[in-house]
Design a protein around this ligand. Structure first.
Ligand code: G4P
Length: 534
């Protein structure tokens, strides 16, 4: 039993078992936003679909978030949505995509217990999905797959199953199978009981799709050929054993698959039910020594994202913390791991889009936004009672690089102060050559990271900077032994991050691929840990 300060007793384990915390991974335009909105519709969190986009629109008008965000009309932050569905509390962590793709996109996955991979039926697996999937794999995150846009012409879904298995080594196990071809979507077979769920559209998909459950005989009469074709495929899937298997799903080896169309709401309920029925609840997390911390241990959590200056009128920093154990009660004083200092949580907030509500109590699986969190960095642990640290957050090796100098050399001090702060917040990675040129090199995975860096350095630290694109095309985490070899190879350079991580930079991909195949024993890892500085 966890004890809550306000005198209420609460069973932390029972609350954790109601939590489902996941992210949606997809390529831009596959339908992530639409699906998110439809989840809210089915959960009763919005009355009519369109609310999320409407909120985004009104936010732009009234928001006092970063001026940069306003100028560009896009969201730099990722959103954490919390809603109730059936008897569960669902935490949906949004992975920023499109042009605002950044290391944050990867870090969000560290806070998730599962992911939904959304694929466009016409396109299958695309590059961004692939990258996000790889991060999921490093954590063996269970993944549900949703084949979206089945209302439109697209590829044969069986072909997509092959593609998923071949390209990412994840075995799809369809739970529902479509009746009708892409573009002529009648409904789905629920393979768990063989029944047919026939869907009918509602106007603009603004309210829930009408669903009718038919037994196989009635389905055969009603849908004829389309039904028989679907059943043929279903028997094939049965024969090859592509059926839901919880053990391999939880190990991140197979992926229960659903087919639908977010825009018409077809298949959305099945998927949301799967979030509750299949996705694992918040469970004990391993600390950095590999020991699982019981859910009812005293409060602990780690910061996976920092958002600075959401409100420039009071320079706030919000640290997004995933609760790992115990109960979080607003107002409690916790310890900030790296500094050992007390941190007051008086202004803790939960976030729905850009709008904040204060949060009073949170449990394992929940995400809390800690306001006034300057001094707190990505990867930091906060806890009550005994100290705990959590493993570093995995992210991909950076892909874009630029050297950075202050425009006005008289503002050196401001420049270095800002550089240090923004590196600590995880806005960019800062690489240095301990033996050579002292110009720092910025590294990131999306151009937006550099834009935010430049903007904030000028506006918060008073140092205008000049960025010069650096000629590197790829980077890999390496070790001292490999670094020694690499230093003799032209077109490569080994730089150091402030946390001591060595990164090898390559002027061309081809050279890197050659080195990888010629020297399989060299450490050239494309997964690096992010943020946390010693
Ligand atoms: P994203 O967040 O993954 O980038 O995708 P988003 O939901 O914004 O969807 C991208 C486009 O695909 C949108 O069209 C959206 O309406 C459409 N879409 C999403 N799900 C479905 C679906 O199941 N079927 C069909 N046919 N289309 C779908 P848009 O024209 O770019 O925007 P909008 O004007 O409709 O908002």
């Amino acid at each position: 039993m966890g004890f809550i300060e306000d005198g209420r007793q609460s069973d932390v384990v029972a609350e954790a078992s109601r939590r489902r915390t996941f992210a949606i991974i997809s390529h831009p335009d596959a339908g992530k936003t639409t699906l998110t909105e439809k989840f809210l519709l089915y959960a009763g969190a919005v009355i009519e679909a369109g609310a999320v986009k409407a909120r985004a629109g009104s936010r732009r008008a009234k928001s006092d978030w970063m001026a940069l965000e306003q100028q560009r009309g896009i969201s730099i932050t990722s959103t954490v949505l919390q809603f109730n569905y059936r008897d569960c509390v669902v935490n949906l962590l949004d992975t920023p995509g499109h042009r605002d793709f950044s290391e944050d996109t990867y870090r969000v996955l560290a806070a998730a217990d599962a992911a939904i991979m959304v694929l466009d039926v016409a396109k299958g697996i695309e590059s961004q999905t692939l990258k996000l999937f790889e991060i999921c794999r490093t954590r063996s995150l269970p993944i549900l797959t949703f084949i979206n846009k089945y209302d439109r012409p697209g590829r044969d879904p069986l072909e997509l199953l092959d593609e998923i298995e071949e390209q990412i080594g994840l075995r799809p196990t369809p739970v529902t199978w479509p009746v009708g071809i892409p573009g002529d979507f009648r409904g789905v077979v629920d393979r768990r009981d063989g029944s047919f769920i026939r869907y009918s559209r509602t106007a603009r998909g603004a309210s829930e799709a009408i669903e009718e459950r038919l037994d196989p005989e009635s389905a055969s009469v009603a849908e004829g050929d389309a039904w028989h074709k679907a059943m043929e495929t279903v028997s094939l899937l049965d024969e090859v054993g592509s059926s839901l298997d919880m053990e391999s799903f939880l190990a991140g080896e197979t992926s229960p698959l659903f087919v639908g169309s977010a825009i018409t709401n077809f298949g959305v309920r099945h998927l949301l039910d799967a979030v509750v029925d299949l996705i694992p609840p918040a469970s004990p997390r391993k600390d950095s020594s590999g020991v699982s911390r019981p859910l009812d241990a005293p409060f602990s959590g780690f910061v996976f994202k920092i958002q600075a200056n959401m409100n420039p009128s009071h320079r706030d920093h919000v640290a997004f913390l995933r609760v790992c154990s115990g109960s979080f009660v607003r107002g409690m004083t916790v310890t900030h791991g790296p500094s050992g200092k007390p941190f007051s949580t008086k202004y803790a907030a939960s976030l729905f889009g850009a709008e904040r509500d204060t949060v009073d109590v949170a449990y394992p699986g929940d995400v809390v936004g800690l306001v006034n969190a300057s001094g707190i960095n990505i990867g930091d642990a906060l806890f009550e009672a005994e100290a705990v640290t959590f493993p570093p957050i995995a992210t991909f090796a950076p892909e874009i690089f630029a050297s950075v100098r202050p425009k006005d050399t008289g503002r050196h001090k401001q420049f270095y102060r800002g550089l240090d702060q923004l590196e600590r917040e995880g806005v960019v990675q800062v690489l240095r050559d301990p033996e050579g040129d002292s110009t720092p090199i910025l590294a990131g995975v999306g151009a937006m990271q550099f834009e935010v860096f430049t903007y904030r350095l000028a506006n918060e630290f008073g140092a205008e900077v000049e960025l010069t694109s650096a000629p590197y095309k790829a980077a890999r985490r390496t070790d001292r032994t490999t670094a020694k070899e690499l230093r003799n190879i032209s077109g490569t350079r080994v730089l150091t991050r402030s946390d001591g991580t060595l990164l090898a930079l390559f002027e061309n991909q081809f050279r890197l691929q050659r080195l990888e195949s010629d020297h399989p024993n060299w450490l050239l890892d494309h997964i690096v840990s992010a943020g946390a500085l010693p």
